[in-house]
Design a protein around this ligand. Structure first.
Ligand SMILES: [Zn+2]
Length: 230
């Protein structure tokens, strides 16, 4: 596990819900779109209301606090499947038909495995959110001019990590019974980045089908399958 921030986090490896239905590879790949899974969420509060800037809070403070929280949660969600995301299983950073390449600080493009890419993302974001000059926490310290563009960059990378978890590790997430958490985290994140235009819709279109389903409130009769089994 990478970047483990919570030492007591354990994986439930003995899950009984291992999926093994017979499907075509394409159907198999979009396992996460099956209603059985998309209706499973931890909470069904009004996410839109949750992300809107509260009147008394400074915009940059709000963006900083939410971005840091999403970084921690996405990092933790990835850590639950990270042992299945190896240089062998995921030779490139994929989500649907897209391969993400890493661009270093000098703008040099390189192809890397998914775990390397996630490592690069998490190291970079960790560095940024803990940099007092970029994410100031001390009273009276100003946010830099580049703050918004850095938040956008972070959100774009975090989106790639979420997309990869769905695309390549949804089965493992289901086996760990964490799909409700993943769906809720994803929906909250998407509603947040849409509210503040933090990720270009062109970047997010690879997951539009899922975003459509998850960011639409459930009809009242579908809510009986709420995650309550834990
Ligand atoms: Zn992977």
């Amino acid at each position: 596990m990478r970047f483990k921030r919570n030492g007591s986090y354990t994986l439930n490896r003995k899950s009984k819900t291992k999926p093994n239905g017979k499907k075509t590879p394409a159907e198999e790949k979009k396992h996460y779109l099956e209603p059985e899974y998309t209706k499973v969420r931890v909470v069904d509060s009004d996410l839109k209301e949750l992300v809107v800037l509260p009147r008394e809070i400074d915009l940059n403070e709000w963006l900083a606090s939410n971005t840091t929280t999403f970084f921690n949660l996405i990092n933790l969600q990835y850590s639950t499947i990270s042992e299945f995301c190896t240089g062998d299983t995921c030779q490139s950073m994929t989500a649907c038909n897209t391969i993400y390449y890493w661009y270093d600080e000098k703008g040099k493009k390189s192809k890397c495995t998914a775990p390397q890419y996630v490592d690069f993302v998490m190291s970079l974001v960790q560095k940024l959110v803990t940099d007092e000059d970029i994410f100031p926490t001390k009273y009276g310290k100003e946010f830099p001019n580049s703050f918004e563009s850095l938040v956008k960059k972070i959100c774009r990378y975090l989106f790639h990590v979420l997309a990869h978890i769905y695309w390549a590790h949804f089965k493992e997430t289901v086996a760990l019974e964490l799909q409700g958490h993943l769906n809720t985290l994803y929906a909250h994140f998407i509603v947040f980045v849409r509210e503040f235009n933090l990720v270009d819709p062109k970047d997010m279109c690879v997951m539009d089908d899922l975003s459509e389903v998850l960011c639409t409130p459930l009809p009242p009769n579908a809510q009986q399958n709420h995650v309550t089994e834990r």
